[in-house]
Design a protein around this ligand. Sequence first.
Ligand code: ATP
Ligand code: MG
Length: 456
Amino acid sequence: MSANEPAGASNFVRHIIEADLKANKNNGKVATRFPPEPNGYLHIGHAKSICLNFGIARDYKGKCNLRFDDTNPHKENVEYVEAIKQDVRWLGYDWGERLFYASDYFEQLYEFAIELINMGKAYVCDLTADQVREYRGTLTEPGKESPYRDRSIEENLQLFERMRNGEFEDGARVLRARIDMTAPNINLRDPALYRIRHGVIHHQTGEEWCIYPMYDFTHPLSDALEGITHSICTLEFEDHRPLYDWVLDNVSVTCHPQQIEFSRLNLEYTVMSKRKLTELVDAGCVEGWDDPRMPTIAGIRRRGYTPASVRDFCSRIGVSKSESTVEMGVLENCIREDLNASAPRRLAVLHPLKVVLTNYPQGRVEHLEVSNHPQDDSLGTRALPFSGEVYIDKSDFREQAPNKFKRLVSGGEVRLRNAYVIRCDEVIKDAHGEIIELHCTYDPATLGANPEGRKV
Ligand code: ATP
Ligand code: MG
């Protein structure tokens, strides 16, 4: 990223941070994180979150961590870890020494769970998954308390340790928070904190663990352990915020990050869920995660997008709390503008029509010096070979045309870009009346510019 790239556009998250800085909250520090789950490649929606989190760290002299949320090992692997790192780097962001994994904290999280048990705020529950669902209640009905809710602290400690030691099968027991089965917010109805998962080899911790902490328990604590000040996430986590806060308020961490939600990026015609994108890859509908048709960052990169154009896109779409869908044209305009300013020009003819210059010396080839960019001389020039046979686009010629047609017509003159003025003398057709060739003459006195008084 160039050092003089302007600071990110203002938005409500930045307003909150500016107010916090003014009030010297968090001792005037700003720390954010980008927390992908390594269960697929990053897509253009993730780019919005990356630009927001890393952009804030950059503009407020803070820090942004890259943290893999790796609590669901059977869908995760190192290929995804490496691809995610590459994509964040490609976008122009640097996490420095701050690469973390939620699994770095598994031992500490286990200790925090024991704290909760010791305070009577967590218990081991033997209900089956179906029963848990049944007991949970609905939006209109309160839940029912699990019969295992009042186990003694002693029993809970022993059972939780035995869960860790691998004595129980998958699904036989979970550790649950003991909050309130009648809470209007279903996320507070004794949510699961730990589940049992045997037989998976975790990409970071191998076979060390057979119990894994749930996202809602892991995420706030990982944030707190890293000293994150503003935990920025998408709107679907709004209803989880009371649980995020509950976890932090009930264990012995001193840091309490503030969760702020924004609306995710939706892009016209675009599937943006790793689960669905995984299906496309696994079913062989595309060549892979970096297939140029994919909305992944790797695919977009192969399609020819530049990092600057993706950052520009993320800045233009803004950050808010209202759901919306962005038009594809917005993304396309960003790359068009970036390439317009930076790309050396080349000529191509899509629907070629052969033009023979009947008075051009036979066998001669001249090399015209042509500028690589119409506005930017620093992109230099190149030698463009020119001879008695050239191609124009079929749409640039008509036998007869109204006056406002400024291209070539029978008997008319045009200037070939960077070269000469030519005149069309004869139109050659095939047996079906299709135009296959034009015979023209060129005017040697017109190379690069019109002689005085002549307008073509
Ligand atoms: P998906 O549903 O596509 O699998 P996810 O949210 O499960 O995405 P994560 O790896 O958990 O993927 O996401 C990492 C971060 O990126 C999260 O903070 C998440 O909120 C954010 N994010 C994911 N999708 C979008 C999106 N479309 N727009 C903005 N941010 C997003
Ligand atoms: Mg996720």
